[in-house]
Write a protein that binds this ligand. Structure first.
Ligand code: TEU
Ligand code: CA
Length: 561
């Protein structure tokens, strides 16, 4: 397998609005990030992925961009950004930027032109259609509730927006638009950035004709994903982007791709096809959802996770490359979702980190994960800020008469604001995030859970992450070893091995709060030499055993042959 720096890296995602406020206006900013770079360096991360900092009216916290080549006032300016890049590079870290080009803001100059008239030169930068029988052009639903079409009086047509109505979809069928995007990308790359995370990049090619989606239950609007996820020209567009831009730089790319499976991911990431380095799958993020989507809560089952992870690990082995994540700015906190954020918060956070970092792929840490930050439960809907939550609440509770408590319950479990409360730096007001009033309330548990405490405590989750990252630097097998699942049927233990040359790793994780016996399968040979890491203190004699009792959320990694 070919070696690459981005395979050997650990990536840390910053959601700037919630990271660190430097000037007391309650909003995280670039100077705040610079203040904390030493903290990240100490953690050991190699690459920082910065969620959008571009000019934006913030309908979707920066994922609605009104100028791709400038910085949002609230975050600072281009000079601050230049300094950030410089400070990152001078610490031998790298920076990748978020690229949001499935859609722009409706306040982008292109869209302001586009909506002026049907013959405006920018008209075709977006997707305009006349109505059908006095209604929207088709029945697609927006990810943020309601129709995916917005009527515009000025020209008596509708424009497509798969997300908010302030996020009109760009028309990738138009070669002029594509070239504008490539030029903009090159402008950032020439400034010296080290790559891109590409927002819903597998949505950019829509099926011509934009057909209605099947709608057996006759709902007002339904998901049209099959007509825009991994669409007909997607590989052509990405290969063109690669040829025109990406291939000219030593960078890394990761495409965010809802609705991609491991087979399709091979096409996106196989090196000689010249598309992307890796993708973010959503399959493991959907395992705790019922048939009616993310708000339709379903308990998570370890066997489903095993099956899914194994499919991706073996599917991409030797072909493409995996990105490894259990949470980000759109997902609940991993310790609340897959672990236990009460009694076993520390144990389960370390277990989940071990499980993830020992897989084959590039691990992503989402800000606050390294100190075990948890989901939040605000008492009333007024405390929430996320457009997805607020639109869904309006549709279900205000317009739809659904029980408010039931809807709040689903927000507690799945809402994106779980990930967006301010980073808890210390135990002072608002977790030390701001000296003013934060744009979203801090999680009240900041008095116990915060970075200052974690740095002081040698047994903290934070120091455990440092060790995990260090191990990756010291053991090539963690990066390049081949994955194999063992004990496929076990309902509490997720165990797997990695093999590289004549070495093996055995990774054992207890996903439950019960004591469980680990017994090596009879047909499997593994001779342990050394215990690399565990989240419990083990006696010296334990280091050479292959059958043992695991305590709640215990994990162990053995090196051997
Ligand atoms: O997310 C795309 C996406 O499909 C989901 O993760 C989305 O958040 C969905 O609503 C979950 O239910 C990306 C960004 O990561 C997200 O923050 C943006 O809101 C979205 O694209 C639009 O740019
Ligand atoms: Ca600020």
């Amino acid at each position: 397998m070919e070696k690459s720096w981005w395979k050997e890296s650990v990536i840390y995602q910053i959601y700037p609005r919630s990271f660190k406020d430097s000037n007391g206006d309650g909003i995280g900013d670039i100077k705040g990030i610079i203040e904390k770079l030493d903290y990240l360096k100490k953690l050991g991360v190699d690459v920082i992925w910065l969620s959008p900092v571009y000019k934006s009216p913030n309908d979707d916290n920066g994922y609605d961009i009104s100028n791709y080549q400038d910085v949002m006032d609230e975050f600072g300016n281009l000079e601050d950004w230049d300094q950030l890049l410089h400070e990152i590079h001078s610490r031998s870290m790298k920076l990748i930027m978020d690229l949001v080009v499935n859609h722009s803001s409706d306040e982008h100059a292109w869209f302001e032109e586009s909506r002026k008239s049907k013959d405006n030169p920018y008209r075709d930068y977006y997707i305009w259609r006349p109505g059908k029988d006095g209604k929207e052009p088709n029945n697609w639903e927006s990810a943020f509730s309601g129709s995916a079409w917005q009527y515009d009086e000025n020209t008596d047509e509708y424009y497509l927006h798969l997300f908010s109505k302030k996020q009109p979809d760009l028309n990738w069928e138009n070669p002029t638009l594509r070239n504008e995007v490539y030029k903009m990308m090159a402008w950032w790359l020439d400034k010296g950035i080290d790559g891109f995370r590409m927002d819903v990049i597998n949505f950019i090619s829509k099926v011509p004709g934009l057909p209605d989606a099947a709608n057996p239950e006759e709902k007002a609007y339904v998901g049209g994903g099959q007509y825009y996820m991994n669409g007909p020209r997607i590989h052509e567009f990405l290969q063109e982007m690669n040829k025109e831009v990406l291939s000219k730089y030593d960078i890394m790319t990761v495409g965010e791709m809802p609705g991609v499976d491991a087979e399709e991911a091979k096409l996106y990431t196989e090196q000689n096809r010249g598309e992307l380095n890796m993708v973010f799958t959503f399959e493991h993020m959907d395992l705790d959802s019922g048939p009616n989507g993310k708000w339709d809560l379903k308990p998570f089952n370890l066997l489903d996770l095993k099956e899914n992870i194994t499919k991706w690990q073996t599917g991409l082995q030797g072909v493409g490359w995996n990105s490894l994540y259990l949470n980000n700015h759109d997902q609940p906190r991993m310790v609340s979702r897959f672990g236990n954020d009460q009694e076993y918060r520390i144990e389960s956070a370390k277990m989940l980190a071990t499980f993830l970092h020992m897989l084959q792929g590039t691990p992503y840490i989402y800000q606050g994960e390294e100190i075990g930050m948890t989901n939040v439960c605000f008492d009333t809907i007024d405390e929430y800020r996320d457009i997805e939550i607020l639109n869904m609440y309006k549709e279900k509770v205000i317009d739809g008469n659904m029980d408010q408590n039931k809807v709040l319950e689903s927000i507690y479990v799945k809402g994106r604001d779980n990930a967006r409360t301010p980073i808890q730096w210390d135990d002072t007001d608002h977790g030390g995030f701001t000296s003013g009033q934060p744009w979203i309330k801090a999680n009240p548990n900041y008095k116990q859970i915060n970075a200052k405490q974690a740095i002081q405590d040698p047994n903290s989750i934070y120091h455990y992450y440092r060790k995990l990252i260090r191990l990756r630097k010291e053991n090539e097998i963690i990066v390049y070893g081949e994955y194999e699942l063992i004990l496929a049927e076990h309902e509490q233990i997720f165990a797997y091995t990695r093999s590289y040359h004549d070495e093996k790793l055995l990774i054992v994780t207890n996903f439950s709060e019960e004591q469980v016996e680990f017994v090596m399968p009879k047909d499997y040979t593994f001779t342990p030499n050394e215990l690399l890491i565990s989240n419990y203190v083990l006696e010296e004699t334990e280091a050479k055993r292959t059958s043992f009792t695991l305590r709640p959320y215990e994990t162990r990694v053995y090196k051997g042959y």
